[in-house]
Design a protein around this ligand. Structure first.
Ligand code: ARG
Length: 478
Protein backbone atom coordinates (compact mmCIF):
# COMPACT_ATOMS: atom_id res chain seq x y z
CA UNK A 1 0.00 0.00 0.00
CA UNK A 2 1.32 3.42 -0.87
CA UNK A 3 1.42 6.24 1.60
CA UNK A 4 -1.58 7.86 -0.06
CA UNK A 5 -3.70 4.87 1.01
CA UNK A 6 -3.27 5.92 4.60
CA UNK A 7 -6.61 6.61 6.26
CA UNK A 8 -7.25 10.27 6.76
CA UNK A 9 -7.74 9.62 10.43
CA UNK A 10 -4.59 9.67 12.54
CA UNK A 11 -4.02 7.18 15.33
CA UNK A 12 -5.90 8.07 18.49
CA UNK A 13 -4.27 11.01 20.23
CA UNK A 14 -3.92 12.90 16.97
CA UNK A 15 -0.21 13.12 16.10
CA UNK A 16 1.39 10.24 14.21
CA UNK A 17 3.81 8.26 16.34
CA UNK A 18 7.56 8.35 15.91
CA UNK A 19 7.54 5.16 13.87
CA UNK A 20 4.25 5.44 11.92
CA UNK A 21 5.91 6.26 8.58
CA UNK A 22 5.79 2.74 7.20
CA UNK A 23 2.33 1.87 8.50
CA UNK A 24 -0.90 2.10 6.57
CA UNK A 25 -3.53 2.06 9.29
CA UNK A 26 -3.69 3.42 12.78
CA UNK A 27 -3.30 1.23 15.82
CA UNK A 28 -6.60 0.29 17.40
CA UNK A 29 -7.24 2.03 20.66
CA UNK A 30 -7.14 -1.17 22.66
CA UNK A 31 -3.89 -2.19 20.99
CA UNK A 32 -2.51 1.22 21.79
CA UNK A 33 -3.36 0.80 25.43
CA UNK A 34 -2.12 -2.77 25.40
CA UNK A 35 1.25 -1.90 23.95
CA UNK A 36 1.85 1.36 25.78
CA UNK A 37 4.00 1.56 28.89
CA UNK A 38 3.75 5.25 29.71
CA UNK A 39 1.18 4.49 32.41
CA UNK A 40 3.94 2.91 34.47
CA UNK A 41 7.28 3.86 32.94
CA UNK A 42 6.70 7.59 33.47
CA UNK A 43 8.18 7.09 36.91
CA UNK A 44 11.56 6.73 35.18
CA UNK A 45 11.23 10.24 33.72
CA UNK A 46 14.03 11.78 35.75
CA UNK A 47 16.36 8.93 34.89
CA UNK A 48 15.37 9.23 31.23
CA UNK A 49 16.27 12.90 31.23
CA UNK A 50 19.56 12.26 33.03
CA UNK A 51 20.43 9.63 30.42
CA UNK A 52 19.43 11.89 27.52
CA UNK A 53 21.50 14.78 28.81
CA UNK A 54 24.58 12.59 29.16
CA UNK A 55 24.01 11.26 25.64
CA UNK A 56 23.55 14.78 24.24
CA UNK A 57 26.72 16.04 25.93
CA UNK A 58 28.62 13.16 24.41
CA UNK A 59 27.17 13.84 20.95
CA UNK A 60 28.25 17.47 21.21
CA UNK A 61 31.68 16.50 22.47
CA UNK A 62 32.36 14.22 19.51
CA UNK A 63 30.89 16.78 17.09
CA UNK A 64 27.74 14.90 16.02
CA UNK A 65 25.53 17.75 17.24
CA UNK A 66 26.49 21.39 17.72
CA UNK A 67 27.07 23.19 20.98
CA UNK A 68 23.98 25.26 20.18
CA UNK A 69 21.90 22.09 19.85
CA UNK A 70 23.24 20.91 23.17
CA UNK A 71 22.38 24.20 24.83
CA UNK A 72 18.83 23.98 23.47
CA UNK A 73 18.48 20.37 24.64
CA UNK A 74 19.72 21.26 28.12
CA UNK A 75 17.35 24.19 28.39
CA UNK A 76 14.39 22.20 27.03
CA UNK A 77 15.03 19.28 29.34
CA UNK A 78 15.25 21.65 32.31
CA UNK A 79 11.79 22.96 31.47
CA UNK A 80 10.40 19.47 30.95
CA UNK A 81 11.78 18.40 34.31
CA UNK A 82 10.01 21.35 35.92
CA UNK A 83 6.78 20.42 34.18
CA UNK A 84 7.02 16.81 35.31
CA UNK A 85 7.89 17.71 38.89
CA UNK A 86 5.12 20.28 38.98
CA UNK A 87 2.58 17.78 37.64
CA UNK A 88 2.01 19.91 34.53
CA UNK A 89 3.44 17.47 32.00
CA UNK A 90 0.78 15.97 29.79
CA UNK A 91 1.48 12.25 29.35
CA UNK A 92 0.05 10.88 26.12
CA UNK A 93 -0.73 7.24 25.70
CA UNK A 94 -0.48 7.55 21.91
CA UNK A 95 3.18 8.36 22.42
CA UNK A 96 3.60 4.93 23.98
CA UNK A 97 6.26 5.37 26.57
CA UNK A 98 8.20 7.77 28.73
CA UNK A 99 10.96 8.07 26.15
CA UNK A 100 8.78 9.21 23.27
CA UNK A 101 6.67 11.46 25.45
CA UNK A 102 9.70 13.38 26.60
CA UNK A 103 11.32 13.47 23.18
CA UNK A 104 8.15 14.78 21.57
CA UNK A 105 7.79 17.51 24.16
CA UNK A 106 11.42 18.48 23.69
CA UNK A 107 10.91 18.82 19.97
CA UNK A 108 7.77 20.89 20.54
CA UNK A 109 9.82 23.22 22.67
CA UNK A 110 13.15 23.50 20.84
CA UNK A 111 12.50 22.20 17.31
CA UNK A 112 15.23 20.49 15.30
CA UNK A 113 17.71 20.11 18.13
CA UNK A 114 15.11 17.94 19.85
CA UNK A 115 14.90 15.75 16.77
CA UNK A 116 18.68 15.29 16.82
CA UNK A 117 18.79 13.92 20.37
CA UNK A 118 18.05 10.35 19.31
CA UNK A 119 21.06 10.20 16.97
CA UNK A 120 23.16 7.11 17.64
CA UNK A 121 20.72 5.80 20.18
CA UNK A 122 17.70 3.50 20.30
CA UNK A 123 14.94 3.14 22.83
CA UNK A 124 16.43 -0.29 23.44
CA UNK A 125 19.66 0.97 24.97
CA UNK A 126 17.81 3.98 26.37
CA UNK A 127 15.31 1.95 28.37
CA UNK A 128 17.99 -0.45 29.57
CA UNK A 129 19.91 2.55 30.87
CA UNK A 130 16.88 4.14 32.50
CA UNK A 131 15.94 1.00 34.43
CA UNK A 132 19.49 0.61 35.68
CA UNK A 133 19.57 4.21 36.84
CA UNK A 134 16.19 3.83 38.49
CA UNK A 135 17.08 0.60 40.22
CA UNK A 136 20.43 1.96 41.35
CA UNK A 137 18.58 4.73 43.19
CA UNK A 138 16.17 2.21 44.68
CA UNK A 139 19.05 0.03 45.87
CA UNK A 140 20.73 3.02 47.48
CA UNK A 141 17.48 3.78 49.32
CA UNK A 142 17.13 0.14 50.37
CA UNK A 143 20.68 0.10 51.72
CA UNK A 144 20.01 3.19 53.81
CA UNK A 145 16.79 1.70 55.12
CA UNK A 146 18.42 -1.63 55.93
CA UNK A 147 20.98 0.28 57.93
CA UNK A 148 18.23 2.07 59.88
CA UNK A 149 16.44 -1.21 60.45
CA UNK A 150 19.58 -2.80 61.86
CA UNK A 151 20.21 0.19 64.12
CA UNK A 152 16.66 -0.06 65.48
CA UNK A 153 17.13 -3.78 66.17
CA UNK A 154 20.46 -3.07 67.86
CA UNK A 155 18.92 -0.38 70.02
CA UNK A 156 16.26 -2.78 71.26
CA UNK A 157 18.78 -5.61 71.64
CA UNK A 158 20.93 -3.31 73.75
CA UNK A 159 18.06 -2.83 76.20
CA UNK A 160 17.58 -6.60 76.43
CA UNK A 161 21.06 -8.03 76.65
CA UNK A 162 20.06 -9.77 79.88
CA UNK A 163 16.35 -10.34 79.28
CA UNK A 164 15.84 -14.12 79.30
CA UNK A 165 13.33 -15.77 77.03
CA UNK A 166 12.86 -19.31 75.81
CA UNK A 167 14.65 -20.13 72.60
CA UNK A 168 12.49 -22.43 70.52
CA UNK A 169 12.97 -25.32 68.16
CA UNK A 170 9.84 -26.82 66.63
CA UNK A 171 8.12 -23.98 68.46
CA UNK A 172 8.73 -25.93 71.67
CA UNK A 173 10.76 -24.42 74.48
CA UNK A 174 14.36 -25.47 73.87
CA UNK A 175 16.97 -23.51 75.82
CA UNK A 176 17.12 -20.06 77.37
CA UNK A 177 18.37 -17.25 75.17
CA UNK A 178 18.38 -13.53 75.72
CA UNK A 179 15.92 -11.44 73.81
CA UNK A 180 18.87 -9.34 72.66
CA UNK A 181 20.49 -12.44 71.19
CA UNK A 182 17.29 -13.36 69.39
CA UNK A 183 17.10 -9.90 67.81
CA UNK A 184 20.71 -10.10 66.70
CA UNK A 185 19.78 -13.06 64.50
CA UNK A 186 17.72 -10.61 62.42
CA UNK A 187 20.59 -8.14 62.34
CA UNK A 188 22.66 -10.84 60.67
CA UNK A 189 19.92 -11.47 58.12
CA UNK A 190 19.62 -7.77 57.32
CA UNK A 191 23.39 -7.55 57.00
CA UNK A 192 23.39 -10.30 54.37
CA UNK A 193 20.46 -8.60 52.62
CA UNK A 194 22.52 -5.44 52.36
CA UNK A 195 25.50 -7.39 51.06
CA UNK A 196 23.34 -9.01 48.39
CA UNK A 197 21.93 -5.67 47.26
CA UNK A 198 25.36 -4.07 47.18
CA UNK A 199 26.58 -6.99 45.11
CA UNK A 200 23.65 -6.65 42.70
CA UNK A 201 24.48 -2.95 42.39
CA UNK A 202 28.00 -3.77 41.18
CA UNK A 203 26.80 -5.75 38.16
CA UNK A 204 23.97 -3.34 37.52
CA UNK A 205 26.34 -0.40 37.36
CA UNK A 206 27.44 -0.87 33.75
CA UNK A 207 26.25 1.37 30.92
CA UNK A 208 24.11 -0.05 28.08
CA UNK A 209 23.96 3.21 26.07
CA UNK A 210 25.92 2.96 22.87
CA UNK A 211 24.51 -0.47 22.05
CA UNK A 212 21.80 1.42 20.13
CA UNK A 213 19.15 -0.97 18.74
CA UNK A 214 21.35 -4.07 19.09
CA UNK A 215 24.53 -3.85 17.04
CA UNK A 216 26.08 -0.56 18.06
CA UNK A 217 26.09 2.61 16.01
CA UNK A 218 27.99 4.17 13.10
CA UNK A 219 28.61 7.44 14.95
CA UNK A 220 31.94 8.11 16.68
CA UNK A 221 30.45 7.78 20.15
CA UNK A 222 32.39 8.00 23.40
CA UNK A 223 30.82 5.47 25.74
CA UNK A 224 33.26 5.84 28.65
CA UNK A 225 32.44 9.55 28.72
CA UNK A 226 28.70 8.79 29.02
CA UNK A 227 29.43 6.18 31.68
CA UNK A 228 31.37 8.70 33.69
CA UNK A 229 28.62 11.32 33.38
CA UNK A 230 26.10 8.85 34.76
CA UNK A 231 28.42 7.38 37.42
CA UNK A 232 28.51 3.94 35.85
CA UNK A 233 31.64 1.98 36.74
CA UNK A 234 32.11 0.64 33.22
CA UNK A 235 30.30 0.11 29.92
CA UNK A 236 28.48 -3.07 28.92
CA UNK A 237 30.91 -5.00 26.75
CA UNK A 238 28.51 -6.51 24.21
CA UNK A 239 25.80 -4.55 22.43
CA UNK A 240 23.41 -7.52 22.08
CA UNK A 241 23.71 -8.31 25.76
CA UNK A 242 23.48 -4.65 26.75
CA UNK A 243 20.00 -4.17 25.29
CA UNK A 244 18.58 -7.54 26.30
CA UNK A 245 20.05 -8.22 29.71
CA UNK A 246 17.70 -7.97 32.67
CA UNK A 247 19.77 -10.07 35.07
CA UNK A 248 20.10 -7.10 37.37
CA UNK A 249 16.32 -6.88 37.74
CA UNK A 250 16.11 -10.59 38.52
CA UNK A 251 18.97 -10.32 40.99
CA UNK A 252 17.30 -7.40 42.68
CA UNK A 253 14.00 -9.27 42.98
CA UNK A 254 15.81 -12.30 44.34
CA UNK A 255 17.56 -10.16 46.95
CA UNK A 256 14.28 -8.39 47.72
CA UNK A 257 12.44 -11.71 48.04
CA UNK A 258 15.04 -12.99 50.49
CA UNK A 259 14.91 -9.75 52.49
CA UNK A 260 11.11 -9.93 52.57
CA UNK A 261 11.36 -13.55 53.67
CA UNK A 262 13.39 -12.40 56.67
CA UNK A 263 10.90 -9.68 57.47
CA UNK A 264 8.08 -12.17 57.05
CA UNK A 265 9.70 -14.55 59.54
CA UNK A 266 10.14 -11.75 62.04
CA UNK A 267 6.52 -10.79 61.44
CA UNK A 268 5.42 -14.32 62.20
CA UNK A 269 7.33 -14.12 65.48
CA UNK A 270 5.85 -10.76 66.39
CA UNK A 271 2.38 -12.14 65.73
CA UNK A 272 3.02 -15.18 67.91
CA UNK A 273 4.69 -13.12 70.64
CA UNK A 274 1.80 -10.70 70.67
CA UNK A 275 -0.85 -13.37 70.92
CA UNK A 276 -2.39 -13.19 74.41
CA UNK A 277 -1.51 -16.89 74.81
CA UNK A 278 2.16 -15.96 74.64
CA UNK A 279 2.21 -12.29 75.55
CA UNK A 280 5.96 -11.69 75.18
CA UNK A 281 5.53 -8.29 73.57
CA UNK A 282 3.08 -5.64 72.69
CA UNK A 283 3.18 -3.62 69.48
CA UNK A 284 2.48 0.07 69.47
CA UNK A 285 -1.15 0.81 68.67
CA UNK A 286 -0.24 2.60 65.45
CA UNK A 287 0.75 -0.72 63.86
CA UNK A 288 -2.43 -2.51 64.83
CA UNK A 289 -6.12 -2.19 64.14
CA UNK A 290 -9.26 -3.12 65.99
CA UNK A 291 -12.12 -5.30 64.88
CA UNK A 292 -15.38 -3.84 63.63
CA UNK A 293 -17.32 -6.42 65.61
CA UNK A 294 -15.16 -7.58 68.51
CA UNK A 295 -14.40 -4.62 70.77
CA UNK A 296 -11.60 -6.39 72.66
CA UNK A 297 -9.43 -7.02 69.59
CA UNK A 298 -6.05 -5.49 68.82
CA UNK A 299 -4.78 -7.13 65.66
CA UNK A 300 -1.17 -7.07 64.44
CA UNK A 301 -2.14 -5.96 60.94
CA UNK A 302 1.21 -4.60 59.88
CA UNK A 303 3.22 -7.79 60.51
CA UNK A 304 0.43 -9.80 58.94
CA UNK A 305 0.58 -7.66 55.82
CA UNK A 306 4.35 -7.94 55.66
CA UNK A 307 3.92 -11.69 55.71
CA UNK A 308 1.30 -11.39 52.98
CA UNK A 309 3.21 -8.94 50.80
CA UNK A 310 6.20 -11.25 50.74
CA UNK A 311 4.13 -13.27 48.28
CA UNK A 312 3.99 -10.31 45.87
CA UNK A 313 7.75 -9.97 45.83
CA UNK A 314 8.22 -13.70 45.31
CA UNK A 315 5.73 -13.32 42.47
CA UNK A 316 7.80 -10.53 40.90
CA UNK A 317 10.87 -12.73 40.94
CA UNK A 318 9.03 -15.56 39.21
CA UNK A 319 7.49 -13.12 36.71
CA UNK A 320 10.89 -11.84 35.67
CA UNK A 321 12.50 -15.25 35.45
CA UNK A 322 9.61 -16.42 33.30
CA UNK A 323 9.71 -13.24 31.23
CA UNK A 324 13.30 -13.85 30.24
CA UNK A 325 13.50 -17.57 29.76
CA UNK A 326 12.18 -17.75 26.21
CA UNK A 327 13.65 -14.62 24.68
CA UNK A 328 16.03 -14.87 21.78
CA UNK A 329 18.61 -12.10 21.43
CA UNK A 330 18.34 -9.21 21.40
CA UNK A 331 15.53 -6.84 22.48
CA UNK A 332 11.94 -8.08 22.37
CA UNK A 333 8.87 -6.19 23.40
CA UNK A 334 8.39 -8.77 26.15
CA UNK A 335 10.98 -6.75 28.03
CA UNK A 336 8.51 -3.97 28.57
CA UNK A 337 6.87 -6.31 31.08
CA UNK A 338 9.93 -6.08 33.31
CA UNK A 339 8.96 -2.79 34.88
CA UNK A 340 5.79 -3.40 36.85
CA UNK A 341 7.08 -6.42 38.78
CA UNK A 342 10.36 -4.65 39.41
CA UNK A 343 8.73 -1.43 40.60
CA UNK A 344 6.31 -3.36 42.75
CA UNK A 345 9.07 -5.41 44.36
CA UNK A 346 11.10 -2.29 45.08
CA UNK A 347 8.11 -0.34 46.41
CA UNK A 348 7.09 -3.21 48.64
CA UNK A 349 10.57 -3.73 50.04
CA UNK A 350 11.20 -0.04 50.65
CA UNK A 351 7.84 0.60 52.31
CA UNK A 352 8.18 -2.50 54.42
CA UNK A 353 11.61 -1.43 55.65
CA UNK A 354 10.38 2.09 56.38
CA UNK A 355 7.49 0.84 58.45
CA UNK A 356 9.47 -1.91 60.15
CA UNK A 357 12.14 0.33 61.56
CA UNK A 358 9.55 2.39 63.37
CA UNK A 359 7.64 -0.70 64.44
CA UNK A 360 10.73 -2.29 66.02
CA UNK A 361 11.40 0.89 67.97
CA UNK A 362 7.84 0.70 69.32
CA UNK A 363 8.01 -2.89 70.61
CA UNK A 364 7.16 -3.13 74.31
CA UNK A 365 8.82 -6.18 75.83
CA UNK A 366 7.24 -8.13 78.71
CA UNK A 367 10.12 -9.91 80.46
CA UNK A 368 7.85 -11.49 83.12
CA UNK A 369 5.92 -13.41 80.46
CA UNK A 370 9.16 -14.62 78.88
CA UNK A 371 10.40 -15.74 82.29
CA UNK A 372 7.15 -17.58 83.01
CA UNK A 373 7.39 -19.46 79.70
CA UNK A 374 10.93 -20.49 80.57
CA UNK A 375 9.77 -21.95 83.85
CA UNK A 376 7.15 -24.05 82.12
CA UNK A 377 9.41 -25.50 79.47
CA UNK A 378 12.29 -27.20 81.35
CA UNK A 379 14.58 -24.93 79.40
CA UNK A 380 17.63 -25.78 81.48
CA UNK A 381 17.39 -29.56 80.97
CA UNK A 382 20.37 -29.52 78.60
CA UNK A 383 22.35 -27.63 81.23
CA UNK A 384 21.63 -30.37 83.73
CA UNK A 385 22.81 -33.00 81.23
CA UNK A 386 25.96 -30.95 80.54
CA UNK A 387 26.56 -30.79 84.32
CA UNK A 388 26.49 -34.59 84.57
CA UNK A 389 28.75 -34.99 81.52
CA UNK A 390 31.31 -32.63 82.99
CA UNK A 391 31.39 -34.94 86.02
CA UNK A 392 32.15 -37.97 83.90
CA UNK A 393 28.78 -39.41 82.85
CA UNK A 394 28.59 -40.30 79.13
CA UNK A 395 26.30 -37.85 77.30
CA UNK A 396 23.69 -40.48 76.32
CA UNK A 397 23.32 -41.59 79.95
CA UNK A 398 23.09 -37.99 81.08
CA UNK A 399 20.39 -37.37 78.48
CA UNK A 400 18.41 -40.34 79.78
CA UNK A 401 18.83 -39.33 83.43
CA UNK A 402 17.57 -35.81 82.76
CA UNK A 403 14.65 -37.11 80.69
CA UNK A 404 13.58 -39.14 83.72
CA UNK A 405 13.88 -36.09 85.96
CA UNK A 406 11.74 -34.08 83.53
CA UNK A 407 9.13 -36.81 83.53
CA UNK A 408 8.94 -36.73 87.31
CA UNK A 409 8.76 -32.94 87.31
CA UNK A 410 5.96 -33.08 84.77
CA UNK A 411 4.03 -35.53 86.93
CA UNK A 412 4.40 -33.22 89.92
CA UNK A 413 3.75 -30.10 87.92
CA UNK A 414 6.98 -28.43 88.98
CA UNK A 415 10.19 -27.15 87.44
CA UNK A 416 13.58 -28.90 87.64
CA UNK A 417 14.83 -26.05 89.81
CA UNK A 418 12.09 -26.81 92.34
CA UNK A 419 13.58 -30.21 93.21
CA UNK A 420 15.70 -30.60 96.32
CA UNK A 421 19.03 -32.33 95.77
CA UNK A 422 17.62 -35.59 97.14
CA UNK A 423 14.53 -35.42 95.00
CA UNK A 424 16.64 -34.87 91.90
CA UNK A 425 18.86 -37.81 92.80
CA UNK A 426 15.81 -40.01 93.32
CA UNK A 427 14.33 -38.94 90.01
CA UNK A 428 17.35 -40.20 88.08
CA UNK A 429 18.08 -43.22 90.22
CA UNK A 430 17.38 -45.65 87.38
CA UNK A 431 20.39 -44.48 85.40
CA UNK A 432 23.52 -46.02 86.83
CA UNK A 433 26.10 -43.53 88.06
CA UNK A 434 23.94 -40.45 87.52
CA UNK A 435 22.60 -39.58 90.96
CA UNK A 436 25.99 -39.66 92.69
CA UNK A 437 27.34 -37.05 90.24
CA UNK A 438 24.92 -34.51 91.68
CA UNK A 439 26.12 -31.99 94.26
CA UNK A 440 24.64 -28.92 95.85
CA UNK A 441 26.20 -26.75 93.09
CA UNK A 442 23.78 -28.29 90.55
CA UNK A 443 21.29 -25.62 91.60
CA UNK A 444 23.40 -23.00 89.81
CA UNK A 445 23.38 -25.02 86.58
CA UNK A 446 19.61 -25.12 86.68
CA UNK A 447 19.13 -21.37 86.84
CA UNK A 448 18.37 -19.45 83.69
CA UNK A 449 21.16 -16.98 84.41
CA UNK A 450 23.65 -19.83 84.81
CA UNK A 451 22.49 -21.37 81.56
CA UNK A 452 22.84 -18.08 79.67
CA UNK A 453 26.20 -17.12 81.11
CA UNK A 454 27.65 -20.56 80.31
CA UNK A 455 27.23 -20.08 76.55
CA UNK A 456 30.12 -17.72 76.51
CA UNK A 457 31.74 -17.80 73.09
CA UNK A 458 31.40 -15.77 69.90
CA UNK A 459 27.89 -16.33 68.60
CA UNK A 460 26.62 -17.59 71.97
CA UNK A 461 23.79 -16.10 73.99
CA UNK A 462 25.76 -15.12 77.12
CA UNK A 463 25.00 -11.46 77.88
CA UNK A 464 28.70 -10.65 77.72
CA UNK A 465 28.81 -12.03 74.16
CA UNK A 466 25.61 -10.30 73.12
CA UNK A 467 27.03 -7.00 74.32
CA UNK A 468 30.19 -7.57 72.30
CA UNK A 469 28.18 -8.62 69.23
CA UNK A 470 26.13 -5.43 69.42
CA UNK A 471 29.37 -3.45 69.55
CA UNK A 472 30.74 -5.19 66.48
CA UNK A 473 27.50 -4.73 64.55
CA UNK A 474 27.40 -1.03 65.37
CA UNK A 475 31.02 -0.63 64.31
CA UNK A 476 30.22 -2.30 60.99
CA UNK A 477 27.33 0.08 60.38
CA UNK A 478 29.61 3.05 61.13
N1 ARG B 1 8.70 0.95 26.23
C1 ARG B 1 9.72 0.08 25.77
C2 ARG B 1 10.14 -0.85 26.92
O1 ARG B 1 9.76 -0.60 27.99
C3 ARG B 1 10.90 0.85 25.31
C4 ARG B 1 11.72 0.14 24.30
C5 ARG B 1 10.96 -0.04 23.07
N2 ARG B 1 11.76 -0.52 22.02
C6 ARG B 1 11.21 -1.02 20.91
N3 ARG B 1 12.02 -1.47 20.02
N4 ARG B 1 9.91 -1.09 20.76
O2 ARG B 1 10.84 -1.81 26.77
Amino acid sequence: MSKSDKPAEEPAGSAASAWSGRFSEPVAELVQRYTASVQFDQRMAEQDIRGSLAHARMLARVGVISQDDLADIERGMGEILDEIRGGRFEWRIDLEDVHMNIERRLTEQIGDAGKRLHTGRSRNDQVATDIRLWLRDAIDDALQLLRGFQLALLELADQHVETAMPGFTHLQVAQPVTFGHHLLAYVEMARRDAERLADCRKRLNRLPLGAAALAGTTYPIDRPYVAEQLSFDEVCENSLDAVSDRDFAIEFCAAAAIAMTHLSRLSEELIIWMSPRVGFIDLADRFCTGSSIMPQKKNPDVPELVRGKTGRVNGSLISLLTLMKGQPLAYNKDNQEDKEPLFDAADTLLDTLRIYTDMVSGIRVKPEAMRAALRQGYATATDLADYLVKRGLPFRDAHEAVALAVRTAEQRGCDLADFSLDELRAAMAEVKGAADKLDADVAAALTVEGSLAARNHIGGTAPEQVRAAIGRARARLG
